[in-house]
Design a binder for this molecule. Structure first.
Ligand code: UN1
Length: 495
């Protein structure tokens, strides 16, 4: 893995990562891969100021023309998918197929946003007054601050930026301090797209490198109209109220404690495959990762042994290595958290299979299955690691109640071939999550749907459907095309 060659092909100048203060290590073996130049407070201030200037120009560019910039960005991503996907793998440790999938997700959202650039539709509304027209229009919002996490180091930026740009906004991106190289690479690709576009305002989309204080500066800045933050609930609990004190908007996509219900009629083979991908894939480091599994007592003894067998054969190792399905955890702290959770589960009477470290270098862990009698304690907390808590249930009502009985509300699913059960799960009194699936695991959502969840997950929606509305301001317009002045609600005010 020659990082310099890779970064040079992606267009990143060596000065950005040769002698800076932020040290980046690959989770693959813990070796150093960059010393990134960090932005100080003055540099961040200047970036926000130029983003604000850029916004004032960009908002006046017709939306379909704005879409052209995003189309060109999609082209750059297509051309550099292999290199960027590989860099994602090197920097955050997900297996190459998932690294490439992440770049595909970026390409997909660019395509979506290009189409959207001709569909920023508003409504016409019937006025109660004669000779009046009412309508609703959507206008650009301003500077959008994007805070992203290490586990989807580039896709999350693109969900936000592709929409924000076609909606007429500018963007300032604060990537995770664990994954700044992929952010620099994406910025270089954006710069190429902007050069091809020709007249995109300077500073329209920028990246800022820094730690927590850098993020706080972005959140506190009055010029940033919307903060879109993806990451832990702890981070979101800081960002949301902070932005609110200055009446800034926030869009939060935070933690999940996602569950699956395996019902008596479940297709066992399909369920095992889906559970393995969702719980062990990405080393359990997706916000949509499966963490809790409720198995009906009638199939417990056929499903759980199969699952354990599949787990035992999961290839754990170098994420660039062909055939490996589980890469490393991001760092030492993540491994410690995993061990802490397993200790607590054990103290609760959990029976653990797996969970041990499997390599000398890097924090590779065998995905763990923990069988428990009760839904309580550590099971109700999100641990960002490949731990699957497995519990029995008898009544679907109980399983749904347990599933919903956590503070997070991101994703959920049921494995069943019983239509009534499936519909019950999807009904108003079923899953309380932002995402609910049937016969698929809770992770791996497509970009076409709105992505996000309820309760401590933060309530925000990113990506598809009408998530674009969060990046615009709505205006209700009333036009009087008569020579009379009838007042609403029949009010008389004759002067
Ligand atoms: C995240 O983990 O922050 O649905 C996002 C999925 C991906 C996105 C995950 N499309 O698993």
């Amino acid at each position: 893995m020659n990082i310099t060659e890779l970064l040079t092909r992606l267009g990143v100048n060596e000065t950005a990562y040769a002698k800076g203060d932020l040290i980046v290590e690959t989770p693959i073996d813990g070796s150093e891969i960059g010393q990134i130049v960090v932005d100080d407070a003055a540099a961040i201030d200047a970036k926000i100021a130029s983003a604000q200037e850029a916004f004032l120009k960009w908002r006046a560019v017709p939306a379909p023309r704005r879409g052209e910039l995003v189309r060109l960005l999609g082209e750059e991503l297509r051309a550099h998918k292999d290199d960027l996907g590989r860099l994602v793998t090197i920097e955050c440790g997900k297996i190459l197929s998932e690294g490439l999938g992440e770049v595909q997700e970026m390409i997909d959202i660019c395509d979506f946003a290009v189409g959207l650039s001709r569909q920023l539709y508003g409504l016409t509304i019937a006025s109660e007054r004669p000779g009046h027209h009412m309508r609703e229009t959507w206008h650009p919002l301003g500077v959008v601050g994007i805070i992203s996490a290490f586990n989807f180091p580039v896709a999350v930026w693109s969900w936000n930026a592709a929409l924000a740009l076609v909606c007429g906004n500018s963007c300032v991106w604060k990537p995770s301090e664990k994954t700044p190289l992929t952010a620099l690479a994406v910025q270089a690709l954006y710069d190429r797209a902007a050069a091809k576009f020709g007249d995109a305002p300077e500073g329209l989309s920028q990246v800022m490198i820094g730690k927590r204080e850098a993020g706080e500066q972005l959140v506190d800045d009055q010029r940033v109209a919307l903060i879109s933050a993806t990451g832990s609930t702890r981070m979101g609990a800081g960002v949301g109220p902070r932005a609110a004190t200055r009446f800034g908007r926030s869009l939060l996509e935070l933690g999940g404690n996602n569950a699956a219900i395996a019902a008596p009629s479940a297709d066992l083979e399909l369920s095992v495959r889906a559970i393995c991908f969702s719980a062990a894939g990405t080393a359990g480091q997706r916000c949509t990762s499966l963490r809790r599994l409720f198995v009906h007592e009638d199939i417990y003894d056929s499903l759980v042994p199969r699952l354990k067998k599949a787990y035992a054969s999961l290839p754990v190792g170098d994420p660039l290595g062909a055939g490996n399905l589980v890469g490393p955890l991001i760092d030492h702290a993540a491994f410690d958290q995993m061990q802490y959770a397993l200790d607590r589960a054990k103290a609760q009477g959990g029976v653990i299979t797996g969970g041990e470290r499997v390599a000398e270098k890097g924090y590779y862990a065998r995905p763990a299955i923990v069988e428990l009698a009760a839904h309580e304690g550590i099971v109700c907390e999100e641990t960002f690691a490949p731990i699957l808590y497995v519990m029995r249930y008898r009544d679907l009502e109980d399983a749904i109640a347990m599933q919903n009985n956590v503070v997070q509300g991101l994703s959920s699913c049921i494995f069943t071939r019983d239509l009534l059960e499936a519909e019950r799960f999807l009904s108003t009194t079923g899953s309380d999550c932002g995402i609910a699936n049937v016969n698929i695991g809770p992770s791996g959502a497509e970009i076409g749907g709105a992505f996000g969840g309820e309760k401590e997950t933060g309530g925000g929606r990113e990506s598809g459907s009408d998530a674009w509305k969060a990046y615009m301001r709505r205006q209700t317009q009333t036009v009087n095309y008569s020579s009379d002045l009838p007042l609403a609600q029949g009010v008389k005010f004759d002067v």
